[in-house]
Design a protein around this ligand. Structure first.
Ligand code: PMP
Length: 390
């Protein structure tokens, strides 16, 4: 009797950086007041109007199996949103609705990686990436990036690690770095994946959270539509994390492969959730901007409070609900800094080490608590860092 190795491989890559998160929960359970800047969860709930639409759909009887790639009207709405944002003509046949962006990430890698093949992802990375690749039976390989280049993946670094790989997973706007990839970076990525003949899996779940510049989907670059799979989600754009609704936008053969997979995994996304998502998408871009607005404000607070700090360098912040801070001048690593900040200031942040080796010596701040508390937390964090200066 034994558990499959696959499972230990999924968990095996995790760093103990999550220790901070668990310690925070324990301290809170003991009644301590902690300012939590750890996880990417909105501090607002799903809009009541979306819940009304969900309720109305369920009450109307949409509670049976909803097998398949998603309702045609929802797939059309996702295709229209994709087309409006990227200019790339997109059919509903390119769209498969999944149980959140995470299921879309898993399904895409399942569809494109064989067991014992290799999938690339960038370092630093969103926590689930290595495990998602390993869950398919494939190996993962990291493409390192560097703090001094805002953690933007470089063409030469991708090519240097492309031997034998089939996929490259990128993420813009980026979690954990808060950086939106610029056009030159994306063009370099496009050249590298074309030369090495890789599929490009582009995680764009933060595409509604762009503070400076513009979000460019690599699928919109010349020649890239046929090798790019875009991952999207209602989680961040519409504050619907718990509803589990995401999607894959892909060339039709890949979309069909992802649909096949649903039969042996999720069996489709509940119809009343799909109807709620359609209602939400129909509210248009202004609604998405309203959901993103608190993060826009808090990013500005962070930049204002940290301007002139000697102990902290802010990584170029252009999108997503996070700001990445280089704290190496304090002499501590990310884990040491985060642990002392939690003990001494009761502020919880994620150590960069929990996102890979490339972001060691950094911390990630989530923009997910009320403005006044956020300003208090950042002011105290900055003071704490200054006192550590040699
Ligand atoms: N990709 C990234 C980069 C994320 O940060 C997240 C959520 N934190 C996801 C994908 C998955 O989101 P969901 O499954 O809720 O759509």
């Amino acid at each position: 009797m034994r558990i499959a190795d696959r499972i230990s491989h999924i968990a095996g890559d995790g760093s103990d950086g999550w220790e901070i998160y668990h310690r925070t929960l324990e301290m809170q359970a003991r009644g301590e007041r902690i300012l939590p800047l750890t996880i990417g969860e909105h501090d607002i709930r799903t809009d009541p109007a979306i819940l009304e639409a969900m309720n109305a759909s369920a009450r109307a009887g949409n509670t049976g199996y909803a097998f398949g790639p998603g309702h045609r009207d929802l797939r059309e709405a996702i295709a229209a949103r994709t087309e409006a944002r990227t200019g790339v003509p997109t059919s509903w046949k390119n769209v498969v609705v999944t149980a959140g962006g995470q299921a879309a990430l898993f399904a895409s890698h399942m569809a494109l990686l064989d067991a014992d093949s290799t999938g690339l992802h960038c370092d630093p990375f969103y926590a689930t990436y290595p495990g998602t690749i390993h869950a398919t039976g494939a190996r993962s390989r990291r493409v390192p990036t560097t703090s001094d280049r805002d953690f933007l993946p470089q063409e030469a670094d991708i090519l240097a690690r492309a031997e034998g790989a089939r996929t490259l997973l990128i993420n813009t706007p980026n979690n954990p770095t808060g950086v939106v990839y610029d056009r030159a970076t994306l063009e370099g990525i496009a050249r590298a994946v074309t030369q090495a003949d890789l599929w490009l899996i582009s995680d764009e779940v933060y595409d509604s959270q762009v503070w400076t510049g513009e979000h460019i989907s690599p699928r919109a670059l010349p020649g890239m539509e046929e090798r790019t799979i875009v991952i999207g989600s209602m989680s961040k754009s519409h504050a619907m994390t718990g509803s589990r609704l995401g999607w894959v936008v892909a060339p039709e053969p890949v979309a069909e492969a992802v649909t096949m997979l649903a039969t042996s995994t999720t069996y489709g996304v509940p119809a009343f959730i799909q109807d709620a998502a359609l209602f939400a998408l129909n509210q248009g871009p202004a609604f998405e901007a309203k959901i993103a607005e608190p993060f826009r404000r808090r990013r500005e607070i962070a930049l204002r409070v940290l301007a002139g700090a000697n102990a902290i360098r802010v990584i170029h912040s252009s999108g997503a609900m996070y700001v990445m801070l280089d704290i190496r001048a304090t002499g501590l690593d990310g884990k040491g800094f985060a642990n002392r900040l939690l003990d001494e200031e009761k502020i919880a942040v994620m150590p960069g080490e929990s996102f890979g080796d490339a972001s060691a010596g950094h911390i990630r701040v989530a923009l997910t608590i009320a403005d006044d508390q956020f300003e208090e937390a950042l002011t105290r964090l900055a003071g704490f860092a200054e006192r550590l200066l040699p």
